[in-house]
Design a protein around this ligand. Structure first.
Ligand SMILES: Cc1cc2nc3c(=O)[nH]c(=O)nc-3n(C[C@H](O)[C@H](O)[C@H](O)COP(=O)(O)O)c2cc1C
Length: 174
């Protein structure tokens, strides 16, 4: 796992190659195996591979989502805020696990933030997606995950670039 963590970078360019059904099944298994508070599993995941729909996901906000149009797959990560007060944490756990699973399968991925983001001055990115994907009102959208075979190479972060000062022993010290 530490080798996967060392190599992982956000990948925002993808080849047109589709993801094989066996790998797709593993990505689905990964999100479903994610831990959740009180085992409530308040999430729902939409696995989007329709090209026209991916192009529409890519404009859910003005910046930082355009690469979804080229991705083989977009995963819409939703949480039921009525079911659990930790839906955000539960969704985030599932996201990092699916990103690491993608990494282990030779796929690249990138998180696209949706919660608290705007589609335009009047409409939140979440409202835009709720209408586009026919999501029920109670389902909140945490993020989208773009994934596919990487069409860019990114160097691992060197060990010396890590912010060691963020780690404290026993009590907080600046
Ligand atoms: C909560 C969260 C939200 C993010 N939102 C976006 C986003 O909307 N668009 C994007 O291109 N990258 C997004 N990223 C990816 C970060 O920009 C990226 O992880 C960070 O720059 C570090 O780079 P690395 O992942 O290559 O190590 C997000 C990452 C996280 C954890």
């Amino acid at each position: 796992m530490i080798e996967l963590l060392r190599a992982r970078r956000s990948i925002r360019a993808y080849t047109p190659e589709p993801i094989e059904p066996q790998k797709l099944a593993l990505l689905k298994e990964a999100v479903l195996r994610s831990p959740s508070s009180r085992n409530i599993d308040p999430w729902e995941f939409l696995f989007v591979d329709d090209r026209a729909l991916l192009a529409k996901l890519a404009v859910c906000k003005p910046h930082g989502a355009d690469f979804l149009a080229q991705a083989a797959l977009g995963i819409v990560v939703c949480g039921d805020s009525r079911a659990s007060d930790t839906w955000i944490e539960d969704c985030a756990s599932a996201v990092i696990l699916v990103q690491m699973t993608a990494q282990s399968l030779g796929l690249g991925s990138c998180w696209v933030q949706v919660r608290c983001r705007m589609f335009d001055a009047q409409t939140t990115s979440e409202q835009y997606l709720q209408r586009l994907l026919h999501l029920p009102e109670h389902l909140k959208v945490e993020c989208l995950i773009a994934t596919g075979y990487p069409a860019e190479e990114r160097e691992p972060l060197p060990r010396e670039d890590l912010k060691d000062a963020k780690i404290h022993g026993n009590t907080y010290r600046v």
